[in-house]
Design a protein around this ligand. Structure first.
Ligand code: 28F
Length: 641
């Protein structure tokens, strides 16, 4: 009997090491990547366990500390991980949680794991990818301690190292990521941690989450929201001019599924809807979002027609109408979520549609009844949107008809490429006629189309679709892309694989670039999301020595190049003022030739941040826009250009 037990323990110990070794072999499979994103994922795995303890009702404060040497400490004041022997592994539960793969899910028994990062793989994965990890548990008036090193190997058993008062309970974990795994970087980004921890505090009302950065003096934040997602909506709408005071809020529970919705309308024409399942963002939406959207349209239509807002033969409100200027957060907690879609971020559980519809519609209905003044403001905003939509449709039809007449005008502008194969074709949107002229001469006419932009591009942050369609430059761009716009948008009709913005490296150039990006982000977002949008990078300096001409992109490259020259080389450096300074051949060499150029792909990783940037930069307020255009580097950083 004893022998059998011994054997069992041995084999499970070997399995443990093999499990953690597998994580070290293919870290990407467990944490997505070993880039900065993967590094931060380690923190989320540990924080998620603390959040679970909070959701179970036992933890009210979570602290995260970035240590001087880029270690991370996470503490909670929950019950503390159990220290007794785990029946399935023969080791303490603490050691089980930290060394057995998927311990969180597998050993959970009873209570379910509701939070969990995108991967939700558990604490043992963090241990496997750390140089060392220490865990302290405060429980039973004692402080328990265990340390692991070199990817999860216990240095000893779980032991009692100190005493504490009987009412002190909780778990504290400190770890140092393994720099042989995270080769790119092991430096934690305060703002990345801050943004997500704040979000977790919004999503879990009443929970306090604090962040400290020991690498710098006095760098700390503490987040605690009694109003939860209501306060989240308030923050998101702060710079967007809300059109009514109350933040509408609905909550309820059905069949172990809890639903929370908060919303408020602002002056803008965009909608910002963010949904979450078990604290995980669901950018592709899903049944929870469907249910709430459906209810929003139905309830507003009912209210509008019962109260005489929809006149005569006027059209009823559609989804786009009721979402104009809407900021909304939907947060549900589900014991068994099923994720679907390309990136597995779309909720699939069909029962959730009806549940979220019922819970939201009853509170929204009541709000409209009880607040007629605010209801009127909201319904009238949607009615205006509806009328504008009808007008936009007419404008589009007009564009199409006028388009026939305009076609010579259009083709006069676009120098199309010969190839009709979209996968090899690209279009350069070029600032100004003179650069446009050089680009036409310098291009590869087989695959490269040139569209010079002469007129001003409308700032669509301040315009509805119908006005955007009346702007000639925008109409030309839409015609060239071939995709259509608004309700008619069809990505499969895109005529070019790459849309390349080519502007000067000066203030005017960045202004035009931002206007174009705003247009793409607001009206052609799938283009950006599918990675079709790029910025060309014309050189900033030209270095001439003897017969040699060298173009470089930035100061860094310039200095690098100068170092390679022998000390007695007599050379000239010129700052390039604009695309127009280069002749066709130079432009081709430096900026357009597929073999030699450097393009920046425009990606929008974080839609919430992008939305904030675009609305702050391109909205009504002049000051933030001016500051931005002057310090345009911020844009590159935040938008991950
Ligand atoms: C710093 C990170 O990891 N906090 C945690 C608990 C509390 C329990 C627990 C955790 C039970 C069977 C797995 C305590 N008492 N913070 C944390 N706090 N895990 S992790 O249980 C672990 C599961 O196997 C806990 C009673 N039940 C649960």
């Amino acid at each position: 009997m004893a022998e059998l037990k011994e054997k069992k323990y041995d084999s499970s110990a070997i399995q443990v090491l093999e499990g953690l070794e597998a994580v070290r072999k293919r870290p990407g499979m467990y944490i997505g990547s070993t880039s900065s994103r993967g590094l931060h994922h380690l923190v989320w795995e540990i924080v998620d366990n603390a959040i679970d303890e909070a959701l179970a009702g036992y933890c009210s404060h979570i602290e995260v500390i970035i240590g001087k040497e880029n270690t991370i400490t996470v503490k909670d004041d929950g019950r503390g991980i159990p220290v007794d022997i785990h029946p399935k592994t023969g080791k303490s539960t603490v050691e089980t949680v930290y060394t057995v793969l998927h311990a969180g899910g597998k050993f959970g028994g009873g209570g379910y794991k509701v939070s969990g990062g995108l991967h939700g793989v558990g604490a043992s994965v963090v241990n496997a990818l750390s140089k060392w990890l220490e865990v302290k548990v405060y429980k039973n008036g004692k402080v328990y301690y265990q340390k692991y090193s070199n990817g999860g190997h216990p240095e000893g058993e779980l032991e009692v190292i100190d005493e504490c008062s009987m009412d002190r309970t909780g778990t504290s974990v400190r770890f140092k990521p393994d720099d042989t795994i995270f080769e790119e970087t092991t430096i934690f980004d305060y703002d990345v941690l801050r943004t997500r921890l704040r979000e977790l505090a919004f999503l879990n009302k009443g929970l306090r989450i604090s962040l400290y950065d020991d690498r710098e003096e006095d760098k700390k934040d503490s987040f605690h929201y009694e109003g939860g997602i209501k306060e989240y909506v308030e923050m998101l709408n702060k710079n967007k001019n809300p059109i009514h005071n109350t933040i509408i809020y609905g909550t309820g529970e059905e069949k172990d599924i809890s639903v929370e919705v908060a919303l408020q309308y602002n002056e803008s024409y965009n909608s910002s809807i963010y949904s979450f399942v078990n604290n995980i963002t669901t950018p592709e939406g899903g049944t929870h979002e469907d249910g709430v959207r459906r209810a929003l349209t139905r309830i507003l239509n009912k209210y509008a027609s019962n109260n005489g807002f929809i006149k005569g033969n006027e059209a009823s409100l559609n989804g786009d109408d009721v979402r104009e200027g809407l900021t909304m957060i939907i947060s549900i907690k589900h014991p068994n979520p099923q994720f679907e879609g390309q990136t597995k971020t779309k909720l699939g559980n069909s029962e959730v549609r009806g549940i979220s519809d019922r819970i939201f519609s009853s509170s929204f209905d009541r709000f409209l009844m009880e607040n007629p003044d605010e209801a009127k403001i909201i319904v009238e905003k949607a009615m205006t949107a509806s009328r504008a939509r009808v007008a936009a449709k007419k404008a589009r039809e007009l564009t199409r008809r006028k388009g026939d007449l305009d076609i010579t005008n259009f083709y006069g502008k676009l120098s199309d490429c010969k190839s009709k194969d979209a996968s090899e074709s690209e279009i350069f949107l070029v600032e100004g006629d003179s650069a446009g002229g050089s680009a036409i001469k310098g291009r590869n006419s087989m695959t490269q189309a040139i569209l010079p932009l002469r007129g001003k591009i409308l700032n669509v942050e301040k315009a509805r679709l119908d006005r955007a369609l009346s702007n000639e430059e925008i109409r030309t761009i839409i015609t060239a892309f071939g995709t259509g716009i608004g309700e008619e948008f069809d990505l499969s009709k895109l005529r070019y694989d790459k849309i390349i913005i080519m502007t000067d490296a000066d203030v005017d150039g960045s202004h035009i670039r931002v206007l174009l990006l705003t247009l793409f982000y607001r009206f052609f977002r799938p283009l950006v999301e599918a990675g079709h949008v790029y910025a060309a990078q014309p050189p900033l300096f030209v270095i001439k020595h003897g017969k040699n001409i060298k173009y470089v992109l930035n100061e860094e490259e310039r200095d690098e190049y100068l170092k390679t020259l022998s000390p007695n080389t007599k050379y000239d450096i010129m700052r390039m003022k604009g695309l127009g300074e280069m002749d066709a051949e130079e432009l081709n060499e430096t900026t357009m030739d597929i073999e030699k150029r450097v393009l920046r792909q425009i990606t929008v990783d974080d839609t919430m941040l992008a939305d904030e940037i675009f609305s702050n930069l391109m909205g009504e307020e002049v000051e933030p826009r001016r500051t931005f255009i002057e310090e345009n580097a911020v844009f590159a950083e935040n938008l991950d250009i």
